[in-house]
Design a protein around this ligand. Structure first.
Ligand code: URA
Length: 486
């Protein structure tokens, strides 16, 4: 029987989706039905019941028509890139009509391939709305998931720290967004529980689980203190617009966010603080975080520049407040991004060799980077380093300054031009300014030298010459630290 004959019998098909977010399943079935010329009014799309447990698969009911199989002569199914992009998002919207809508548009695209450009078409507008609402939901999830610490609650994780977050998405985005949290919190054991299913990460494997209730997630832990101190330290009364704030951070999320407890009191105090800032002639002031822990929380949540979306996580500096030497690199590399620690890859190993030669104890220094996220482009499986732009370095300077205020080093060693820029806020000529101290406003001093990655890119005589200069600069820093300690 050909596809057309099938339709002429007026058969009605019911497609049961195994999961409410299974776009690939919808796409396969939709393609099959289009190839068999089945019009939209002869198909019903049924998703698993309730709020959509990730595992609640319902097979086809007995007696329902099996889907027709396209003949060998079935044509290609047309779908513009724009349709596919919007459809992928729209398919996880909670609107029960979404799969019918998508199929109707796919059907119409076969005879009107340019219809996605028709901005007054009701179907097109509806897909755009669904896409927008899903993206907004994902954005909220990225911004408002808050982990709480529980210890050794699972046999396999006995003794290990486990973080659990409760979140209530409006749409079926949980599985889709798992990758974001895996990359961002790669080294943690965590679970995100939601009424639309849960996801669990143990540092290696992602597992999915059934929907959860709010009571399944714990409340209260030290992480809350960190979020609260971060939020209070970054809250800027000069920027406060209550309406905009409520639309960006709707009240429904407040109950899951430890820092939200502070909002009423911060709003109440905002006018007075803003007046203080204006009196001090300050336009946009964020209060400096008061601890390295608050900075760690702050850089993880920071989205002030596009690099923040790159890589696995923000890499915090390493070392103790009071270290007399602060070493500043450019940005974490591939290995630093994975390990969550600065200078552990090839450049870090070379740095360690030369610090050792100069007699500088890395363990007694504070080691950090000008930019806190790894900026890269993907080539196949490789992640290739990209130099941060001046404006990205300048944006991240605020965090470096915050670290410096807490660590209070007597000497800062900037490795390479990006680090030097981050310290001085201007372009620096390494050749002219390396190897001698530059006074900083707090009485400490800055020394500039080459970046070890630069040395790694050289070979032969050029490398030997640069390594000698590098060793000389480090020896000078060591000498200066001696003098200052005397
Ligand atoms: N290069 C840097 O500048 N910093 C690191 O942490 C690693 C490589």
């Amino acid at each position: 029987m050909s596809a057309l004959q099938h339709v002429s019998l007026g058969a009605h098909y019911v497609v049961h989706l195994p999961r409410p977010d299974d776009f690939a399943f919808w796409r396969e079935r939709a393609r099959q039905l289009i190839q068999c010329d089945v019009p939209p009014d002869r198909v019903s799309w049924v998703e698993p019941g309730g709020t959509g447990d990730l595992f609640a698969f319902e097979g086809p009911s007995r007696g329902e028509k099996r889907l027709p199989v396209p003949g060998a002569d079935a044509g290609e199914v047309r779908a513009s890139k724009r349709f596919m992009r919007l459809a992928r998002n729209a398919s996880v919207h909670s609107d029960p009509e979404r799969f019918s809508l998508l199929y109707r548009v796919l059907w119409r695209l076969q005879s009107k391939p340019g219809m996605m450009q028709d901005s007054v078409d009701t179907d097109v507008r509806r897909i755009e709305e669904l896409d927008k609402e899903v993206r907004r939901d994902a954005h909220k999830m990225h911004a408002f998931v808050r982990f709480r610490l529980i210890e050794g609650n699972e046999v396999e994780n006995e003794g290990q720290e486990h973080y659990v977050a409760w979140f209530e998405p409006d749409h079926h985005i949980v599985r889709r967004e798992a990758g974001f949290f895996m990359r961002r919190f790669a080294n943690m054991n965590w679970s995100i529980l939601t009424p639309r299913g849960s996801i669990h990460w143990d540092g290696e494997t992602m597992r999915e689980g059934p929907s959860a209730r709010r009571e399944d997630a714990p409340a209260g832990d030290p992480v809350e203190a960190l979020w609260k101190s971060y939020y209070a330290s970054t809250f800027n009364p000069a920027r406060l617009k209550v309406g905009a704030m409520l639309s960006e951070m709707p009240k429904k999320y407040w109950k899951n966010m430890p820092e939200a407890e502070l909002i009423p009191q911060l709003i109440a105090g905002a006018q007075a603080r803003e007046a203080g800032m204006v009196a001090a002639g300050t336009r946009e002031v964020r209060e400096m975080p008061s601890s390295l822990e608050a900075i760690a929380g702050g850089i993880s949540a920071c989205r002030d520049c596009p690099i923040a979306e790159c890589g696995t996580r923000a890499v915090m500096g390493e070392g103790a407040p009071g270290s007399s030497l602060m070493i500043v690199g450019e940005q974490p590399g591939d290995q630093e991004d994975l390990a969550g620690r600065p200078f552990v890859g090839p450049a870090g190993q070379l740095l360690d060799v030369y610090l050792d030669k100069a007699g500088i104890d890395r363990g007694a220094s504070y080691v950090t980077n000008a930019v806190k996220h790894f900026k890269f482009v993907s080539r196949g499986k490789r992640r290739i380093h990209q130099t941060p732009q001046a404006k990205e370095i300048d944006t991240c300077r605020w965090w470096l300054e915050a670290e410096r205020k807490i660590v209070q080093p007597r000497v800062v060693l900037a490795l390479g031009a990006s680090a030097a820029r981050a310290m001085l806020g201007r372009t620096v000529s390494l050749a002219k300014e390396r190897g001698r101290p530059a006074p900083l406003e707090d009485g400490s001093e800055l020394w500039i030298t080459a970046h070890p990655s630069y040395l790694l890119r050289l070979d032969g005589e050029a490398r030997a010459a640069q390594e000698e200069l590098f060793a000389r600069d480090l020896a000078a820093v060591r000498g200066r630290l001696f003098e200052l300690a005397a």
